[in-house]
Design a protein around this ligand. Structure first.
Ligand SMILES: Cc1cc2nc3c(=O)[nH]c(=O)nc-3n(C[C@H](O)[C@H](O)[C@H](O)COP(=O)(O)OP(=O)(O)OC[C@H]3O[C@@H](n4cnc5c(N)ncnc54)[C@H](O)[C@@H]3O)c2cc1C
Ligand code: HEM
Length: 393
């Protein structure tokens, strides 16, 4: 338990963290990744390079410091961190590494004058408290996932049983466990963690489940990224019969049960979790509006599948928007960037609806703004990032 004095010291550093938080965390990462090679595979280099990961962690630490008196108010953020950690198999033994590098970075960046032994002791205690909260929650999820039907702990060997091209750049992979045992159920919207060894180096990635996991199989659908390590490996080297190591599904961007109309909005490969959500929603009576934006028809995945569902399920209305017409593929309902006016026409009349959206950051920022302006209650409008969370404002 943190003393009143420790809490006061930590809170007093909030303005300092606000102005220098990112530099601090960048320094911390550089130190940790060079001195502790064992944690390198856990971190995505691209997220480091873009600064998104240092920024997300800086934001996490800052929020924590700001709410040190009312940790229950961190609710959403803590759940996000825990789910991301679980999907990548962050373990209790990793925490002292992060803790010691973070504290050293604080003292090196601030200098002796500000980072007094008192300040460092308070931050040591504060980090310890946060680490205990996360370790406790993560351990209990690992236990639950191991004990649940079809569950497991750590990496499990899966085999690719099917590989299907869904568009010019998205390919689906169907996995079954090599031991032929049952698999853990996943909530629609959840993602799996994957462990790959490429050129002798381990890397980890997350992929949303793009179908309900109810046939003893998991399906993911991967966009080939230019220069991307995992996605190119999966597209080029993973074939039917190949094996792959998967961590149990995780994630809090999940479809919650409700009778309200459901609106699923995606851009590009952000379509993947909405497909599992769509499948789940069509098993109920709720109306679903499925809105998908793609650069053009050649990169629009799952169009035939969704059109087929719409024919069989009158509760489903679907709308497609392409940046441009490629002149070859079937036409979209609208060409150009999705405007607020167009979105308004495609939403159900009743604005008391549940919206879930995912896509490139600029796309999500626009959708968030449009939904708000169109009268959708903010707390009923949910989104996720295919990388570390950042601000959409
Ligand atoms: C919860 C979650 C769910 C996801 N679901 C999906 C999904 O369903 N489908 C899907 O396709 N993706 C999904 N992703 C994204 C996925 O995890 C990968 O990030 C994506 O496939 C790219 O990985 P990669 O290894 O191919 O690319 P990376 O090697 O990570 O590279 C990505 C980009 O960054 C550039 N880059 C890499 N390293 C550096 C560097 N050091 N400096 C500068 N630039 C660099 C690369 O050239 C490339 O353009 C999801 C991510 C998350 C977090
Ligand atoms: C108190 C300690 C910690 C805090 C406050 C913290 C906070 C965060 C936050 C805010 C994110 C981003 C979540 C998101 O946006 O989805 C994150 C992701 C992550 N964390 Fe932590 N974390 C802590 C400890 C650790 C430890 C001990 C490790 C392992 C060494 C670790 C590894 C990771 C990884 C690999 C990611 C995903 C990175 C990515 O997407 O590139 N974290 N953490």
């Amino acid at each position: 338990m943190l003393s009143v004095q420790d809490r006061a010291i930590v809170k007093s550093t909030v303005p300092l963290l606000e102005s220098g938080g990112e530099a601090l965390i960048t320094h911390f990462y550089r130190m940790m990744l060079s001195e502790y090679p064992e944690v390198r595979p856990l971190f995505n280099q691209a997220h480091q390079a873009s600064g998104d990961q240092p920024r997300a962690l800086a934001n996490g630490v800052l929020m924590y410091a700001r709410h040190i008196d009312q940790l229950d108010q961190l609710g959403d953020l803590v759940a996000k961190i825990i789910n991301k950690h679980v999907a990548l198999q962050i373990l209790p033994e990793h925490y002292p590494i992060v803790g010691s590098c973070l504290l050293r970075a604080i003292s090196e960046v601030l200098g002796d004058e500000i980072a007094t032994p008192e300040v460092m002791a308070a931050w040591g205690a504060a980090y310890g408290q946060l680490a205990d909260i996360l370790i406790g929650a993560e351990t209990s999820i690992y236990d639950q996932k191991e004990q649940a039907p079809g569950g497991w702990r750590g990496a499990r060997d899966f085999i690719v049983v099917a590989k299907v091209d869904e568009s010019a750049e998205i390919t689906s992979f169907y996995f079954e466990p090599a031991d032929k045992g049952p698999i853990l159920a996943a909530e629609p919207g959840q993602y799996i963690g994957m462990q790959l060894i490429l050129d002798g180096e381990e890397i980890r990635r997350n992929y949303s489940l793009s179908a309900l996991a109810n046939q003893g199989q998991y399906r993911i659908s991967v966009k080939r990224e230019t220069g991307g390590r995992a996605s190119n490996h999966l597209h080029d080297q993973l074939h039917v019969g190949s094996s792959i190591q998967l961590f149990p599904p995780s994630g809090e961007f999940t479809l919650t049960e409700s009778a309200k109309p459901l609106v699923l909005i995606s851009g590009g490969v952000g379509i993947t979790p909405t497909l599992a959500m769509l499948e789940a929603a069509l098993a109920t009576k709720r109306p679903v509006h499925f809105i998908h934006c793609a650069r053009n028809g050649s990169v629009h995945a799952f169009r035939d599948w969704i059109d087929g569902l719409a024919e069989r399920h009158p509760q489903l209305k679907r709308f497609y928007c392409y940046d441009e017409d490629d002149g070859v593929s079937p036409a979209a309902h609208k060409v150009g960037l999705l405007s607020q006016e167009q979105l308004g026409e495609w939403l159900p009349q009743q604005r008391d609806l549940d919206a879930y959206f995912l896509g490139p950051k600029g796309f999500m920022a626009a959708i968030k703004r449009h939904l708000k302006a169109l009268g959708v209650p903010e707390k009923q409008s949910r989104y996720e990032f295919f990388g570390p969370a950042s601000s959409l404002e």
